[in-house]
Design a protein around this ligand. Structure first.
Ligand code: FAD
Length: 316
């Protein structure tokens, strides 16, 4: 079922979460440990992130260095199939531009259509570790909007090199939004202009980058409305879990941490106490968002579910 249909059919806020594919070589059971404890909260779907290859220099027998591409995690197609089969929920693969030619993307979408997957989250992807800014793959999409247009074309029966009016896809397309602005955008207005273009191109809902100050989400929703963006905006949340994340979260996700949260974390004796502070903060955020009537509360589990379970127990 499509995410927008879940939203239209439900009168209350629904629980959902995303997982990371396991490290290369591990099996489905490795991610189930993180998923099983969350299934009692009846998520209608599970998002599966996509992780690009890294490039490393390896010494060859002749002493020369060779640049090699190393993939650390498997792709999403097989994982989505396994999750749908095991948990009888929808699986939402994240599809990214980086590392994919348009032909690769079409091929992945054909596999997803074959599996009966109804939703995709279309993203650009981050720059590679050794790149200062995102470089589009030759023959691939430069921005998420190009990917959205390709998926929308397929939904209209227009494949890359042929029209297949008899077998159009029917994906519900989600896109990313940034309450605190995407880090590359010149300002929030220009980011919103591009977000509106993604919606106009076919994105039916937005999932936000994580944030720790609900006011930023509420202001973002208002500004989206002013900009003519009228699709559901699903807030993304992640409980803070370690002292290190005081620096890591702003660095990695370009978000501000509220002063009160920082003060509470700094007072903690150890990471167990920090984890508890993170859970309590996230419960407070979740309750306020739920009271405001958000369609979903979407949690970034990143493989660890004990703190999200604690939040869900208090909120759902
Ligand atoms: C909910 C969520 C899930 C994510 N999941 C993943 C994942 O699974 N794998 C992964 O690798 N990354 C993931 N990311 C990270 C995401 O790929 C990065 O944040 C990336 O830097 C931007 O992706 P985007 O889709 O928002 O890009 P875009 O929408 O393409 O925007 C990127 C930047 O370009 C600007 N821009 C957009 N369109 C244009 C245009 N036409 N002309 C000029 N400028 C433009 C925007 O303002 C923005 O600054 C996720 C992010 C979110 C919020």
């Amino acid at each position: 079922m499509k995410v927008v249909d879940y939203i239209n059919n439900s009168k209350k806020t629904i629980f959902s979460f995303e997982i990371l594919p396991p490290l290369k070589g591990k099996g489905i059971e490795d991610i189930c440990n993180g998923i099983d404890p969350l299934m009692e909260f009846k998520p209608p779907f599970i998002n599966v992130t996509y992780h690009r290859e890294d490039y490393e220099y390896k010494k060859m027998g002749n002493g020369l260095l060779k640049k090699v591409s190393i993939k650390k995690r498997p792709g999403t197609v097989g994982i989505c199939a396994a999750l749908m089969n095991k948990y009888k929920v929808d699986a939402i693969p994240h599809i990214i531009c980086g590392g994919f030619t348009k032909e690769d993307t079409e091929s992945a979408l054909i596999d997803l259509k074959f599996l009966g997957i109804d939703n995709v989250l279309a993203l650009r992807g981050d720059p590679l570790k050794n790149e200062s800014s995102f470089v589009a793959t030759k023959g691939g999409s430069k921005y998420a909007i190009d990917l959205i247009k390709q998926i929308d074309d397929m939904n209209n029966g227009q494949y890359l090199y042929e029209e297949t009016k008899n077998s159009p896809s029917n994906f519900c397309i989600g896109t990313a939004g940034y309450p605190e602005k995407h880090f590359e955008a010149m300002n929030l207005n220009s980011d919103l202009k591009h977000l509106k273009a993604k919606v106009d191109a076919g994105a039916e809902y937005i999932v936000t980058q994580l944030f720790y100050d609900n006011q930023k989400y509420f202001e973002f929703v208002d500004k989206c409305k002013e900009a003519g963006i009228n699709v559901p905006i699903i807030p993304g949340l992640k409980p803070l879990a370690t002292v290190k994340q005081l620096n890591a979260l702003p660095y990695r996700f370009h978000v501000d941490l509220p002063e009160a949260l920082i003060k509470s974390v700094i007072k903690c004796k150890d990471n167990a106490a920090v984890r508890q502070v993170g859970v309590e903060w996230c419960i407070k955020q979740s309750k306020e968002l739920k009271n405001a009537g958000v369609p979903f509360l979407h949690y970034y589990s990143m493989g660890k579910s004990d703190n999200i379970k604690a939040v869900a127990e208090a909120v759902f």
